[in-house]
Design a protein around this ligand. Sequence first.
Ligand SMILES: [Zn+2]
Length: 203
Amino acid sequence: MGGIGSGRRYHSGKDTTSDFHALDIRRLKKEGLLRPGKSSGWNWSRGGIKTAAINISAEIDRINLSYKSRSNGSDWKLMEYPVYLEWTECNLGGQRVWFTCPAKGCGARVAVLYGGAIFACRKCHDLAYASQRESYSDRAMRRADKIREKLGWGTGIANPRGGKPKGMHWRTFELLSYKYNSHALRSWEATAKWLESFRQRKI
Ligand SMILES: [Zn+2]
């Protein structure tokens, strides 16, 4: 860590968001980036190396984000969309400005947006993370089921294990059993974590 600009990286201390680039509206305001008509660049860096950059142009009720995004080696894609702003009255007078989360169907009023491929509130990123967990669990379950079929056990990891099919070498059976156990365990673990993430959000 260190280097000019590294202070702009926000550390939430939470795995699911600490890898994202955080955009804090209080900093944008302090540096005058919310002034209508203003267009500026915003960078993140780590160890003095620039890790991400976006352009922000401000209007009266929104800022427009524009940046290039690429996932898993695919082509760079230009991302451009508005993030609407909201103002609330403070108890001691004055106003506080907020982002409204631009993710589809969200619109939460937040001070910090986290950027992966899109900038969204923490809750939206947690949801995306949870659905990744879900597909990870599905994948492990499919692999476990394939092995169950080979062994003639019938599908479904909640069902009991069977024995060695007739004519199969013990070595093959042991190897398949070993692989089955690891896929089944991974699937259970991922499912448990996924359920836990829902319980914590009280959904
Ligand atoms: Zn959101």
